[in-house]
Design a protein around this ligand. Structure first.
Ligand code: GLU
Length: 297
């Protein structure tokens, strides 16, 4: 039996939806509808210090105003600690996760090469804490690759970006599964949840493409399936950076049929899709439109 297409939109409730996040929401919804599949919403609120109170119901309302209604009850990551703890325990038992006593300063001073803003972890605690207290938990990338016979370079095919590859051990290092402040890391939570929710297709913003190799590795380590990936174009701010709250993204005005259409049309345009016909912002009408147009490119 072939598996049912299951897609998702997984916003972090750090603010309202803006023009950039609507692109990912619309693309994931359209792709699910174009495949006759299910579409779920997961609120990624593990990073509690960054969450804004009230942002989650606001996002759900904004999605509903656009006719983007999930096919199942919404889940919140903060209610799923047990699942993440079990996954970490599995990795620890297999000898693939280890405690790390390094501070950010230790890691930064250990080397000069920085990747984006994050320093590459040099593996300091891989063979023991040297008497320091444990802070975070990390995945032993080399151990996983060696035990499972995986190549050091992780390759995957992105449906929009084409063939992708990353040497996680060299370009990222042993990455964090549980943070020093006790919070679950995005990588662990997203992999556990995508599998638990039966996600077959991930459609999300291109800024997240760089996480995919880590997630594929973690899926392998946990014996979980790897979904299909499609990363959507980003909406850029006036300064050329990815649109975000920090560089002036406004919460979308979705109070009238007209403003909803304007927002959806802007998102459709970023995806290279034809404009949403007027008076059709209902789920059924959008679904019909999606089926007619096929998946976003
Ligand atoms: N929660 C992430 C974000 O809002 C998205 C994660 C994902 O789609 O994998 O940027």
């Amino acid at each position: 039996m072939s598996e049912v297409y299951t897609g998702r939109f997984a916003p972090s409730p750090t603010g309202h939806l803006h023009a950039g996040s609507l692109v990912a929401a619309l693309a994931s919804w359209l792709d699910a509808r174009a495949h006759g599949g299910r579409w779920l919403v997961r609120i990624e609120d593990v990073d509690t210090p960054r969450c804004v109170p009230g942002a989650d119901p606001a996002i759900l309302q904004q999605l509903a105003a656009c006719g983007l209604v999930p096919d199942e009850a919404v889940v919140w990551q903060t209610q799923r600690n047990d699942l993440y703890a079990t996954a970490l325990q599995t990795l620890v038992t297999r000898g693939w996760a280890y405690p790390c006593g390094c501070s950010r300063k230790d890691i930064e001073s250990a080397q000069t090469v920085a990747r984006h803003s994050a320093a590459i972890y040099p593996g300091t605690c891989r063979h023991g804490l040297n008497g320091r207290p444990a802070r975070a938990w990390r995945l032993n990338v080399q151990a996983v690759q060696a035990a499972l016979g995986l190549p050091t370079i992780t390759r995957w095919q992105d449906r929009r970006l084409g063939p992708q590859q990353q040497n996680v051990g060299q370009e990222v290092g042993d990455f964090v599964l549980r943070r020093a402040d006790g919070l679950w890391a995005y990588q662990l939570a997203v992999v556990v949840d995508d599998a638990a929710q039966g996600i077959t297709h991930v459609v999300r913003g291109q800024d997240l493409a760089d996480n995919t190799a880590r997630q594929i590795l973690l899926q392998a380590a946990l014996g979980l399936p790897t979904p299909d990936y499609l990363h959507t174009p980003l909406v850029l701010a006036a300064n050329g950076e990815k649109l975000s709250k920090q560089n002036g993204a406004l919460a979308l005005d979705l109070h009238t049929q007209q403003t909803v259409l304007t927002a959806l049309n802007a998102a459709a345009q970023v995806l290279g899709l034809p404009l949403v016909p007027e008076h059709t912002v209902t789920e059924q009408a959008l679904a019909k439109w999606a089926a007619m147009r096929g998946s976003p490119r």
